[in-house]
Design a protein around this ligand. Structure first.
Ligand SMILES: *[C@@H]1O[C@H](CO)[C@@H](O)[C@H](O)[C@H]1NC(C)=O
Ligand SMILES: *[C@@H]1O[C@H](CO)[C@@H](O)[C@H](O)[C@H]1NC(C)=O
Ligand SMILES: *[C@@H]1O[C@H](CO)[C@@H](O)[C@H](O)[C@H]1NC(C)=O
Ligand SMILES: *[C@@H]1O[C@H](CO)[C@@H](O)[C@H](O)[C@H]1NC(C)=O
Ligand SMILES: *[C@@H]1O[C@H](CO)[C@@H](O)[C@H](O)[C@H]1NC(C)=O
Ligand SMILES: *[C@@H]1O[C@H](CO)[C@@H](O)[C@H](O)[C@H]1NC(C)=O
Ligand SMILES: *[C@@H]1O[C@H](CO)[C@@H](O)[C@H](O)[C@H]1NC(C)=O
Ligand SMILES: *[C@@H]1O[C@H](CO)[C@@H](O)[C@H](O)[C@H]1NC(C)=O
Ligand SMILES: CC(=O)N[C@H]1CO[C@H](CO)[C@@H](O)[C@@H]1O
Ligand SMILES: [Zn+2]
Ligand SMILES: [Zn+2]
Length: 617
């Protein structure tokens, strides 16, 4: 057993620590589309290196080809996974030269987000193909996210195909899966491993690490997967055994935000046994850049989303048993080749490694296999959810409500001639639609939810027109706030984080957005104010403008008199709220789910494509 462990460990190290120069590729005949489309400004400050350094990714959600649109600030995030792999190789070389440790860590949510993960043909499994590229990087530890658990087949794929590639370092401390074993018995086992103990660098003179992979108290998981509450996990005997021995540092990885969640439960449990051992926490899930120190010998970092951020963490470790504060640093990098080249001291021509190039090539081939470049039409301009007021001509919600739904849902529809009002939730739009080709990939990123549209006929226009404002404005201000908080807690437990991400954007705009944009000396991007000392963002930006949007949106009211009967059309996701409101607005009839009939074969995730085909060609 011991020997086996050692063998696989050595194999892992060999992968992770390629010799300087080994992986460098000198050929210049490559065609990739990941080169920045705009001239990007380089960072100006070198990274602070410590004895222990960590490169952190989280919530990549399939964005492995980077952000390829030309609209600002997308080019800042244009680095693809191949570029990132080259970056990591060069950083590992630098670490070797400096004789310091450098770990690569991911905090989960590899599924759901782009065509590379979600654009698979019928019968496929989400992210099965795109995840193969992630396992080609020398990740030291990866943790499971909630998006690995919405669909049983995805969790099973992670257990059977993904976790083995990580050789004991795919961690799911509080997440199990139930399956039939080789003897046809039902077993309930961790999806990956509960914890890992390993040494950095090499067997003889590395630092000892104890690592966990913790998921927040998620309740939206599929049947036959189990998420144990964090509060219960820290009471388990395996947990106490795992943390008993003192390592050189604890590496607590997990899909849980670094503030306002349960990291303190895990932290306190470790601190109770080891009052001074360094604890590094690498969190995720709420898609923001964030950092906090739970005490002077610990730091917690969260590194954004969608490969828009690569996190950097370093620690100048001191002697065992020291009680002094540790000097930490953290940095949020904009993932693009210019950033990567700056921090590795490489030029464009000497940057790509053969591994990096083969990953980029493989991802482009996958995009081709999935036909992700299939173009529905060309978006004439940017349509964004929160950067412009609602309603307005550049609002994606205005486009969706006033134009896309009315066009897409009435194609081939025998009820097209009957006046209607169409209502959906604004959360059905997940990402902006940006100027340029609107492809299958863009459709999957902008509006991925396969919700059906239903209708109730013969609602008078006067009643129908009151439904939207009532949905958006239910109850008194106080009741509204309470109801909203309860609703948000429920959504949060089920994995919804958009409200937290958007609040973060709103805060950075409110702080001094107008002034910073007017100064004209910074490009648009994230402006982070976290709780750790010093400036976190690698490149200083001005924040994007932020405008809040209603929870529900609709098509324009039909130009008919109030007593005209019309079709009230709505997305099935909001049916229960809509029926409740409808029944509060009239007394003619108590409507139930039985009154709602299918309206169109076009699902929510196809609306923009059908519209683009008609309007943007
Ligand atoms: C869970 O998995 C077991 C073993 O495959 C199966 O027998 C059982 O029906 C599954 N349970 C549910 C609720 O699907
Ligand atoms: C997870 O699986 C382990 C190993 O089979 C088992 O001991 C443990 O009780 C399971 N935990 C949960 C919460 O299901
Ligand atoms: C040590 O760090 C803690 C937590 O960040 C801080 O509250 C405290 O003031 C620091 N102490 C010193 C001496 O810097
Ligand atoms: C980097 O090199 C590639 C390939 O040689 C080239 O296509 C690209 O234009 C170069 N980019 C810059 C910014 O020089
Ligand atoms: C918005 O679009 C409408 C219709 O295309 C146009 O008439 C109007 O001028 C636009 N408004 C602005 C502010 O651009
Ligand atoms: C509408 O019908 C035409 C002709 O049958 C068909 O080609 C097209 O795909 C249909 N469009 C939609 C959105 O269903
Ligand atoms: C439509 O609703 C009105 C009441 O609002 C009712 O009198 C009428 O019978 C309904 N018509 C149909 C076809 O259901
Ligand atoms: C832009 O200029 C202002 C005023 O001189 C300065 O405070 C700010 O730091 C500058 N921002 C950047 C990103 O250089
Ligand atoms: C810091 C940085 O790279 N900024 C770039 C972000 O992207 C815009 C274009 O959208 C460039 O102009 C900036 O230089
Ligand atoms: Zn996520
Ligand atoms: Zn998540």
């Amino acid at each position: 057993m011991k020997l086996l462990k050692l063998v696989s460990f050595v194999h892992f190290v060999a992968l992770a620590w390629a010799c300087p120069g080994d992986d460098h590729d000198h050929s210049h005949s490559h065609s990739k589309r990941a080169f920045p489309s705009t001239t990007l400004t380089a960072p100006t400050r070198q990274l602070d290196w410590g004895d222990l350094n960590i490169i952190h990714t989280t919530d990549s959600h399939g964005w492995l080809l980077g952000h390829q649109k030309h609209s600002s600030p997308e080019p800042n995030y244009s680095g693809d996974l191949g570029d990132f792999a080259s970056f990591v190789s060069h950083m590992k070389e630098i670490a070797l030269k400096k004789d310091v440790d450098l770990l690569l860590v991911d905090s989960g949510d590899l599924h759901d987000g782009t065509g590379l993960s979600d654009g698979f043909p019928p019968g496929g499994i989400d992210a099965h193909d795109s995840n193969k590229f992630l396992t080609q990087l020398p990740y030291d530890v990866m943790a499971i996210g909630n998006h690995e658990l919405y669909i049983y087949a995805n969790a099973l794929d992670m257990h059977q195909n993904f976790a083995p590639k990580l050789k004991g370092r795919y961690l799911s401390s509080n997440v199990n899966i139930t399956l039939l074993n080789e003897h046809n018995q039902i077993v309930n086992v961790p999806v990956g491993n509960r914890f890992a103990k390993f040494k950095t660098r090499n067997v003889c003179r590395g630092r000892k690490v104890t690592s966990l992979g913790v998921l927040f108290d998620f309740t939206g998981n599929d049947k036959n997967t189990t998420v144990q509450k964090v509060a219960d996990m820290v009471k388990e005997s395996w947990f106490h055994e795992a943390i008993q021995e003192e390592p050189d540092f604890f590496l607590l990885v997990g899909h849980m935000p670094v503030q306002r969640d349960n990291w303190p439960l895990v932290f306190n449990a470790v601190r109770a046994v080891h009052p001074t051992t360094p604890i590094l926490i690498l969190g995720g899930h709420t898609h923001i850049r964030d950092c906090v120190q739970l005490d002077g010998r610990s730091i917690s970092l969260e590194s954004g989303r969608y490969m828009e951020t690569v996190g950097w963490l370093s620690a100048k470790l001191d002697k065992k048993g020291s009680k002094k504060n540790i000097t930490f640093s953290r940095r949020y990098l904009d993932p693009n080749r210019v950033t990567y080249e700056f921090h590795t001291g490489r030029k464009n021509s000497s940057f790509d490694t053969s591994l990096g190039k083969s990953i980029t090539k493989g991802l482009n081939q996958l995009a081709k296999n999935f036909d992700l470049d299939f173009t529905f039409g060309t978006a004439p301009t940017d349509f964004t959810t929160n950067r412009v007021p609602f309603p307005s001509n550049n609002s994606l919600l205005t486009l969706y409500g006033s134009e896309a739904m009315p066009v897409a849902l009435t194609v081939n529809n025998t009820r097209a001639s009957i006046p209607n009002l169409m209502i959906t939730n604004s959360g059905s739009l997940r990402f902006d639609v940006l100027q340029g080709p609107f492809t299958k990939n863009d459709q999957l990123t902008a509006s991925p939810f396969a919700d059906a549209f239903l209708f109730i006929p013969n609602i008078t226009a006067g009643v129908a027109n009151k439904v939207l404002p009532t949905l958006n404005n239910a109850g008194s201000e106080n009741r509204k706030r309470e109801a909203r908080e309860a609703w948000e807690r429920e959504l949060y437990a089920r994995g919804e984080v958009e409200m937290i991400y958007r609040r973060w954007l709103e805060e950075m705009d409110k702080r001094n957005g107008i002034e910073r944009r007017a100064a004209g000396n910074a490009t648009l991007g994230y402006v982070t104010h976290d709780s750790c000392p010093g400036v976190g963002d690698d490149v200083l930006h001005a924040p994007l403008p932020f405008f809040s949007v209603p929870d529900f949106i609709a098509s324009d009211p039909p130009a008919v008199s109030d007593d005209t009967p019309i079709d009230l059309v709505f997305v099935d996701f909001i049916q229960s709220q809509l029926l409740e409101i409808l029944n509060s607005l009239q007394t003619t009839k108590t409507f139930t789910a039985a009154d709602a009939q299918p309206y169109s074969d076009v699902l929510g995730n196809a609306v923009l494509g059908v519209f683009a085909q008609k309007a943007w060609n």
